[in-house]
Design a protein around this ligand. Structure first.
Ligand code: ADP
Ligand code: MG
Length: 473
C-alpha cells in the first residue's frame, strides 16, 4: 500500500459523498505527505483549512481512512506555512489528530498555543463551532428606497437579477460605476440585503476596498495571508465597494485576483463598485481589469428631474415631513449633480426650519439651495463646454461633433474634449460618447494633442488661455 494509493482511494470515496464544489475547495489542495503503518499525514494550506476540515469533514475523513487503514487509523495534519513574502516555506507545524470518539469533536489535543491565536478576519467570531460572518450590510440601503429612473434602470435591474440568482446570471462580476453620491453604495447594499432575505444560508459580505486592503496588510504583518485568503474564499456573495481604491496597490490586487478567480470559478457572486468605468481605471493590473469586464458594467448616471423629484418626495415621506410641491420642484430643479447633495439640501431645509421654528418656505429653500449650488459650481457640464467652445470658434455644436477632418474643427473638438477632462469628473469613454460618439482612446489622444500644441503653437496656446478664462469665470 503506497501513500498515493491510500490517499487516492480516500479521495475517491470522499468525492462520491460530497458536492463537487466542496471537494474542489477542500480536498484538491491537500497533499499526502507520509504513511507510517496506520498513520497518514496530509498537508493542508493553512490552519484555517485544517479547522474547516475538522469541523465539516471529520466524519467523512474518518470513514474513508478506516476503510483504507483499519479501525485504528490515524490522521496527522501538517500545516503549510507561508512566510510573509509568499516565496519560500519557512516552517511546518504538525498537529496530531486521532479518531477516538472523544477526541473527535474537540479541538486537537496538545495543539499548544497555536490555536490560541485568533483568526485574522475581524468579521469572524473566533472559535470553530460558530463560524459566523457578519455581512456588514446597511439595512437602510435597500431596493424599496432605491428609486428607479432612467439614470439607474440598467444597474438597478441587473442588481435585482443578481439578487434573485446570485452567481447564476451572466452578470458576474456585476460592476456598478458612477460619480460620487449617485447611489453605488446604496445599490450594492440593496443587492446584499435582498440576497440575505431570499437565501438566508448564503454567506454575504459587504466590504469597502479600503478595509479589505487594511485587512490584507494586517494579515501579511501577522504572517497569516493564507487565512485571509481562505476566509474570503468562503464567501458566497462578495461585495467590494470602491475598487478604484486598489489603484497602485499591487499586493492587494494580487491577492484579490486569486480570491476573485476562486469565487468566480465556484459560481460565487461578485459585486463591485467603482467611481470609474473599467477603461478609465488607472494603475489596476490588466488581468484584473479584464476580469472586471467579464460580467456586466452598469453605470449610474446623474438622475433626471423626474427621478430627483421622486427621490425627494420619498425621503420626505419616510421622515414624515410635508413640504409644498413648489419647494420640492425648486430644490429638485437646482440641485442636479448628485443624490447625496439633493438629500443634504432637504435635510438642511428641515433642520433650518425646525431650529428657527419657521415654516419651510420657498425663500428659505432659495437660500439653502444657493449654498449647495455654490459649492458645486465648479462642476461644469460637457454640454456647456461644447457650447462655449463652439461659440468661441463660431460654429455649431453639431459641426464640432461632426466627422470632418478639417483642421480647425478637429482642434475645436479636441479642445472640447480636453476641457471636459479637465473640468468634469466624466470618464474618457463618456466624454467621447457625448462629443460625437468617439471612443476613449480618441479623447485621450485629444488631451495629449492639446497639451503638446499649447506648448509648441502660440496661436493655439491663446485658444487654450481664452477658453480657460471663460470656464473659470
Ligand atoms: P455613492 O456610493 O455612489 O457615492 P451613495 O450610495 O452613498 O452614493 O448615495 C448617496 C445618497 O444618495 C445615499 O443616501 C443614498 O441613499 C441616496 N441615493 C442615491 N441614489 C438613490 C436612489 N436612486 N434612490 C434613493 N436614494 C438614492
Ligand atoms: Mg459609496
Amino acid at each position: 500500500m503506497s501513500l498515493e494509493s491510500v490517499w487516492n482511494n480516500c479521495l475517491n470515496f470522499i468525492k462520491d459523498n460530497i458536492q463537487d464544489q466542496a471537494y474542489k475547495t477542500w480536498f484538491e489542495p491537500i497533499q499526502p505527505v507520509k504513511l507510517d503503518d496506520n498513520v497518514l499525514s496530509i498537508q493542508v494550506p493553512s490552519k484555517f483549512f485544517y479547522e474547516w476540515l475538522e469541523e465539516h469533514y471529520v466524519k467523512l475523513l474518518k470513514i474513508a481512512l478506516n476503510k483504507e487503514l483499519g479501525k485504528d487509523a490515524k490522521l496527522v495534519y501538517v500545516i503549510k506555512m507561508e512566510n510573509s513574502f509568499g516565496s519560500t516555506k519557512s516552517f511546518t507545524e504538525k498537529i496530531p489528530s486521532d479518531y477516538k470518539p472523544k477526541v473527535e469533536s474537540q479541538k486537537v489535543e496538545g495543539s499548544s498555543s497555536y490555536f490560541k491565536t485568533e483568526l485574522t478576519n475581524p468579521f469572524v467570531i473566533p472559535g470553530i463551532k460558530n463560524l459566523k460572518i457578519d455581512s456588514q450590510l446597511n439595512p437602510n440601503y435597500n431596493f424599496n428606497n432605491f428609486l428607479e429612473g432612467d439614470s439607474n434602470r440598467l444597474a438597478r435591474s441587473a442588481g435585482y437579477a443578481v439578487s434573485n440568482r446570485p452567481g447564476g446570471t451572466s452578470f458576474n462580476p456585476l460592476l456598478i460605476f458612477g460619480g460620487v453620491g449617485l447611489g453605488k453604495t446604496h445599490l450594492a447594499n440593496a443587492i446584499g440585503i435582498n440576497i440575505k432575505q431570499k437565501f438566508p444560508d448564503k454567506t454575504v459580505l459587504y466590504i469597502s476596498a479600503e478595509k479589505f486592503t487594511q485587512q490584507y496588510i494586517e494579515s501579511v504583518k501577522k504572517n497569516n495571508r493564507n487565512d485571509f485568503i481562505h476566509f474570503y474564499q468562503l464567501i458566497d456573495v462578495l461585495i467590494i465597494d470602491d475598487v478604484q481604491f486598489f489603484s497602485g496597490k499591487s499586493g492587494t490586487q494580487d491577492v484579490f485576483f486569486h480570491i476573485f478567480n476562486h469565487l468566480h470559478q465556484n459560481g460565487k457572486q461578485l459585486v463591485l463598485t467603482s467611481d470609474k468605468a473599467p477603461v478609465d481605471m488607472q494603475e489596476i493590473e490588466q488581468r484584473l481589469l479584464s476580469r472586471f469586464k467579464w460580467g456586466l458594467s452598469a453605470e449610474l448616471q446623474t438622475p433626471d428631474y423626474e427621478t430627483r423629484i421622486s427621490i425627494v418626495k420619498n425621503k420626505l415621506n419616510r421622515d414624515g415631513v410635508e413640504m409644498d410641491e413648489e419647494i420640492i420642484f425648486y430644490v429638485a430643479k437646482h440641485i442636479k449633480t448628485n443624490v447625496r447633495e439633493l438629500e443634504g439640501a432637504i435635510i438642511s431645509l428641515m433642520a433650518q426650519s425646525s431650529f428657527n421654528r419657521k415654516n419651510i418656505t420657498i425663500d428659505l429653500a432659495k437660500v439653502i439651495v444657493e449654498k449647495f449650488v455654490k459649492n458645486t459650481k465648479k462642476e461644469i457640464s460637457i454640454d456647456h463646454i461644447q457650447k462655449v467652445v463652439s461659440d468661441y470658434f463660431q460654429m455649431d455644436v453639431s459641426t464640432l461633433q461632426s466627422k470632418t477632418r478639417k483642421r480647425h474643427i478637429v482642434q475645436a473638438r479636441q479642445l472640447a474634449m480636453f476641457f471636459s477632462k479637465k473640468f468634469t469628473k466624466a470618464s474618457l469613454a463618456s466624454i467621447g460618447t457625448k462629443i460625437g460618439h468617439r471612443d476613449h482612446a480618441t479623447v485621450l489622444h485629444a488631451c495629449k494633442t492639446v497639451d503638446n500644441l499649447a506648448f509648441t503653437d502660440k496661436q493655439f496656446r491663446k485658444y487654450v488661455e481664452d477658453l480657460n478664462k471663460k470656464f473659470s469665470d
